[in-house]
Design a binder for this molecule. Sequence first.
Ligand SMILES: C[S@@+](CC[C@H](N)C(=O)[O-])C[C@H]1O[C@@H](n2cnc3c(N)ncnc32)[C@H](O)[C@@H]1O
Length: 273
Amino acid sequence: MNWWAIRVRAEGADSDRVAAWLVQHTGQAVEQTERGVVGFVAAGEDAARTVAALRRVFALDAACERVAETDWTTRWRHGLAARTIGRLTVTPSWLPDAVPGAARVVLDPENAFGSGEHGSTRAALTLLERHVRAGDRVLDLGSGSGILAIAAVRLGAVRAVGIESDPDANVVARRNAERNEVGTTVSFVDGDAGDLTPLLGPADLVLSNILRNVNVRLLPAIASALRPRGLAIFAGMEASEAERFRPALAAAALQEADDVTDAGWWAVAARRP
Ligand SMILES: C[S@@+](CC[C@H](N)C(=O)[O-])C[C@H]1O[C@@H](n2cnc3c(N)ncnc32)[C@H](O)[C@@H]1O
């Protein structure tokens, strides 16, 4: 498939806001560099309209250009580095272990979401690392590259199941599970999390790094899949969305236990009584 790259000159908080807008409007991962933000839309969609909307909303310099197909197959490798989050190290397969002895996840995201470079994934990993307990049974809704499910098992969970609506992402996630030799304890199913979560519970821990409106839609299914005292971790929301999500948590009878913000992305952990 051919793609358009959308380039926006932006710094600091502007860069974070543009990145969040692009993720929300294109559904694709973005790159943040010193010069600004690069997002992507598939050829056939209206890249020029996206550029015009960015100029209108942010009053920043934006432009688009075609990306050759051959660039896309290896583009995901650019900018990836080993990252440490508490006891956890996430590293691409071609880099050496950054912190010997840490719980290590070897992760090649390819074209699936979930490299560990995005603030929403990092915020979810931070809360996961703080709260997962040995022996937990975990559901990971919108599992993308498999990063959260694999990390959960690396940190002591006994079983993790990812639910993902994009079958191509699940191909990548299964490769990553094999790469980490957790193919027997981590599995990935194709489908909608709203349909499958009630069938795959009960769970001690549910992870849901999806956009706020999807998290809100999934809340009843998540609450019913949790064991009593079970914990749900929600991410994929900007910090400004926290006050709009909290009433939905309360309506689902989940009690906020912890939260974290990373690069403008907010994640929250909430417990079933
Ligand atoms: C922001 S990515 C998160 C990926 C990874 N879990 C992470 O933390 O980096 C959200 C993922 O949810 C998937 N998704 C969106 N809506 C879904 C739904 N209703 N059911 C299952 N997966 C969904 C998308 O395809 C995407 O892979």
